[in-house]
Design a protein around this ligand. Structure first.
Ligand code: HEM
Length: 392
């Protein structure tokens, strides 16, 4: 019988409290039955890694429903290998770097410039959402004048993916998909017929070269990229800003030594990871953390408890931009390790360096205290409800 706890309905004013709370539970047991989630959860990093490495016993078939049907993350075996080759080819650091100057920097500059006349900002809406949405639209061919409309549709689709048990949310996701389908179809038809000199053109050419089909395959890949790249990057940016605003000394060091920014980004994903967990389906009876799990069990893997394991990261509650942390789980691991990690890291680096440069007095607004939770603004992430900041 698994020990029962309600570990994941968590709220605090302290961004590091969730990691501390999960690591404390992990010291007692690795596997619990979580009463809020209604499924067994695995906490200890070594056990989470073991599950991620064994994709035959622990599959991703739970995702294979609704608008996610057939998406990369749902595939296994040879089908995954072929499709993943395509994603690797178009999202490698080398390919992505071609879009830094041409696409990501101009979007980030526009978002930052919109803040210039303000004295205070709510950096979640004004930055952490607007920048990834701008980048996603620009990279994947969505028209700029429809950003607000598409933002609402994409969020409805994402909600339907993370709440497949709620029929109303699922129906909303389906109609949001239907509303966006004409745009996606138009993009795919255009690029497959005449691949452009953009990332979309690279995707269309790679689909044909890999023999993966034509317009329909291209539409599916673009939808996966839009859904995978948008909200995830927003919450990563949000928590990076939270970490920096809570540590003005670190922010000043980064202004003086911008080369530290990549490792500060890694440290923020350790100290306040936005990715709380992922799920797996137990294909055949297995033992994890000393517990036997029956075939057919849905398992929730904590991606955060490991980040506060003091055997791996001494003084885990300290945000230290000199730490150079490795082995974090915020981008998952094993077969399905996030293929968009280089793009997310680049967006964070470009966006935050422009923000720090443009606003030398940027600091937390001491009059408003954000609340951190496992469902901020209804999202499937760990993060703040708001990021109040003073700009001048
Ligand atoms: C900070 C931002 C991001 C975070 C925290 C994140 C997190 C993750 C995680 C945890 C997984 C593993 C899912 C699982 O194993 O169940 C994953 C997979 C994936 N991510 Fe990301 N992601 C981010 C950004 C992106 C971006 C920018 C893209 C696309 C451009 C993307 C596309 C994908 C795709 C396609 C997969 C499936 C990979 C596969 O199954 O082989 N992600 N991501």
């Amino acid at each position: 019988m698994l020990p029962r706890k309600n570990l994941f309905s968590f709220t605090s004013k302290d961004p590091s409290a969730f990691g501390i709370h999960l690591a404390a539970a992990a010291r007692e047991h690795s596997v619990y039955f979580d009463e809020g989630l209604g499924v067994p959860v695995v906490l200890r990093g070594a056990d989470v890694v073991a599950v991620l490495r064994d994709s035959e016993t622990f599959s991703t078939r739970t995702y294979d429903t609704g608008i996610m049907k057939g998406a990369l993350v749902t595939l296994g075996g040879e089908a995954h290998t072929r499709m993943r080759r395509l994603f690797n080819a178009v999202l490698s650091p080398r390919v992505i770097s071609r879009y830094e100057e041409a696409t990501v920097t101009p979007v980030a500059r526009r978002v930052v410039e919109r803040l210039v006349r303000k004295e205070r900002a709510e950096l979640f809406d004004d930055f952490a959402i607007s920048m990834p949405m701008g980048v996603t639209s620009a990279l994947f061919g969505l028209p700029e004048e429809r950003i607000a409309e598409n933002d609402a549709l994409i969020r409805k689709m994402i909600r339907s993916v993370v709440m497949p048990q709620d029929p109303v949310v699922v129906a909303e996701g389906r109609s949001a998909h239907a509303a966006m389908e004409a745009q996606l179809r138009e993009i795919a038809e255009r690029e497959v017929a005449h691949p452009s000199d953009t990332l979309l053109g690279e995707i269309a050419r790679a689909i044909v070269a890999e023999g993966l089909g034509g317009v329909e395959a291209c539409e599916g890949v673009v939808l996966t990229l839009i859904l995978g790249s948008y909200e995830t990057t927003s919450w990563m940016l949000a928590n990076l800003l939270v970490a920096l605003l809570a540590h003005p000394d670190a922010m000043n060091q980064l202004r003086q030594q911008p080369s530290l920014l990549p490792q500060a980004i890694e440290e923020s994903t350790r100290w306040c990871s936005s990715a709380a967990g992922i799920v797996r389906f137990v294909e055949r009876e297995a033992t994890i953390g000393g517990e036997t799990l029956a075939a057919g069990t849905i398992l929730y893997l904590s991606l955060i408890a490991r980040h506060y394991d003091e055997e791996i990261y001494p003084r885990p509650e300290t945000f230290d931009i000199h730490r150079r942390p490795v082995g974090m789980l915020n981008f998952g691991g094993g077969l399905h390790y996030c293929v968009g990690a280089p793009l997310a890291r680049m967006e964070a680096r470009v966006g935050v360096s422009l923000l720090l440069e443009r606003f030398p007095a940027l600091r937390a607004d001491p009059t408003v205290q954000p609340t951190f939770s496992t469902a901020p603004r209804g999202a499937a992430a760990f993060g703040p409800d708001q990021i109040p900041a003073l700009l001048v």
